[in-house]
Write a protein of this length. Sequence first.
Length: 206
Amino acid sequence: MILSRNETFKEYLSLYPVTCLIVAANTLVMIFSLSADGGLTQRGGISQSAFLEGEYYRLVTYSFIHNGFSHYFMNMTATILLAPPIERILGKARYFLLFALSVILSGLAIVLLAINVNLMNAGESGFGYALLGYYFYLILFDKRKIDPGSAKAIMVLIAAGWITTFIFSDISILGHAGGFVSGFLLAPVLQYTQKNGKHPFKRLFT
């Protein structure tokens, strides 16, 4: 199964450097937030009102801030388990682009569609759902890249993820939806640039 993680810690660091950097950045921010008296979400989270006031940096910073250790732990666990196969499939540059664009697009979904304009959102789950969206694309349109066992496991995770998204009141539906849709839509674009050696954007991804 492509989701099985059999690497040693050293091998994991070597094989999946971008994933490791993402986890390390989130971990450093989490450690810093322990001494920030809970104010980090207000300073770096994302809301429609804050964005419209010109605080555009929040489209990135919100993804590295978590509302407590359990929130951080769940998102990092998902990243550590789900991200490596996609980093391997896409390569470091395209995979980083998937991360960056899904974070921004997930944030834009919150900004553009929020009902409560002052509700502050934070967390990396938008990227986690982008990974699920990417896998969903593979399951539907590119089955060669994912084995049947992993496909079944992913479908269970997708179903469980959406059930919990709608059950728990403190979860950002827009953030999850924005991430999932962005991952699904970016998958064919990123794979096209990889397959077509004469693509005009080739140099940006190599």
